[in-house]
Write a protein that binds this ligand. Structure first.
Ligand SMILES: [Mg+2]
Length: 342
């Protein structure tokens, strides 16, 4: 019989607004989840430092997956120690967490990234090439958040020549003085409103797709992967969000018995996560762009609104469906028991 729901969620442009990083719209739905003790597992390309802060602001004390499945951070004591052996995973203890590491160390990613740049002659700019203030500029984060975004462990986000970010960096008269926004509630990134954000359909799209495939092949030849997030490309090990989700599913099953899992995302790097859950939700892109849907073999739930508004809509729908399912189940069990007693 069904006993529990576990929800996995991407952050950027899914639970957080693409431009402002606000999550206000999810709060009523999140409150309902908390009242029902439904775990919300954040599953993001962000770093541990960034995710910790957002989890704190959302009042979450559940495990979280960082840097595109690079590692799972589980609050110490969240699962009994014996579960890890049963789930066949290795954990290390670090600063109040039980950590399951799945990714390739950042140092190795950087050396392959530099090799790729040399080999292709392309202008590729990674977070490792940028100052904290430049990271603030290209992400729209405040100084403090950009510092946390710079603390990479398993994922190198990057952008290419002719992208909006590249132009932004090139046009900074003095990067030290160019900081966009001071906190999560920043306004639109200048330029985005002007309409040259890279998601925009343009003549460059085909060239960019071609470049992307070439880079992907080169990364593969080094045992690494490139995926496209909402805003940046990401160079990682062969870890992905899906592998991390499947490990947590094993642990939650040991704890809760039979579970139903839902996953919410908006970009290509969410497909492995969406493939790993029972109820995959695709949140609309903020620019209305239709993304290629993942071949996941189960019916995709589409949230028509983008970002946190779409997130809230989808979670409300899932809670309603799960309640209906549980009520049906109770009725069935009642009938069987009634039959036995009668
Ligand atoms: Mg996203």
């Amino acid at each position: 019989m069904f006993t529990g729901l576990v929800v996995f969620s991407d952050l950027d442009a899914t639970l957080l607004d693409h431009q402002t990083y606000s999550f206000q719209a999810v709060l009523p739905a999140l409150k309902k989840m908390k009242e029902r003790n439904i775990p919300l597992v954040l599953c993001t390309s962000k770093t541990r430092a960034e995710t910790e802060v957002i989890a704190g602001e959302l009042g979450l004390k559940h495990p979280f997956i960082v840097e595109n499945g690079g590692a799972i951070f589980i609050p110490e004591g969240y699962f009994p120690g014996s579960f890890y052996k049963k789930a066949r995973v290795k954990v290390t203890r670090k600063e109040g967490y039980e950590v399951i590491q799945l990714g390739v160390p950042y140092r190795r990613l950087r050396s392959v990234f530099k090799m790729m740049r040399k080999k292709t002659g392309l202008k590729m700019v990674g977070f490792g090439d940028l100052s904290v203030k430049e990271i603030a500029s290209v992400t729209g984060l405040g100084q403090k958040e950009a510092e946390m975004a710079a603390r990479r462990e398993y994922d190198e986000p990057f952008f290419l020549e002719n992208s909006f970010e590249c132009r932004l960096i090139e046009n900074l008269p003095n990067p030290d003085e160019h900081i966009i926004g001071q906190n999560h509630s920043v306004g639109p990134v200048p330029g985005e409103a002007a309409g040259f954000w890279p998601d925009q359909k343009s003549e460059d799209t085909e060239d960019r797709d071609k470049l992307y495939s070439q880079l992907k092949e080169l990364a593969l030849s080094c045992g690494l992967e490139i995926t496209s997030g909402g805003r940046f490309y990401h160079l990682t090990g062969k870890n992905d969000k899906g592998r991390a989700v499947r490990i947590l599913k094993r642990l939650y099953r040991l704890q809760l018995g039979k579970i139903i899992t839902a996953g919410l995302g908006d970009s290509e790097n969410d497909w492995p996560m969406l493939r790993a859950v029972d109820l995959p939700v695709l949140v609309a892109r903020p620019d209305g762009r239709q993304v290629k849907t993942p071949g996941i073999g189960v019916k995709l739930i589409r949230a028509l609104r983008p970002g946190p508004a779409g997130w809230a809509e989808a979670v409300d729908f899932i809670l309603f469906m799960v309640d209906l399912f549980s009520a049906e189940n109770r009725k069935e069990t009642g009938k069987k028991q009634g039959g036995r007693h009668g």
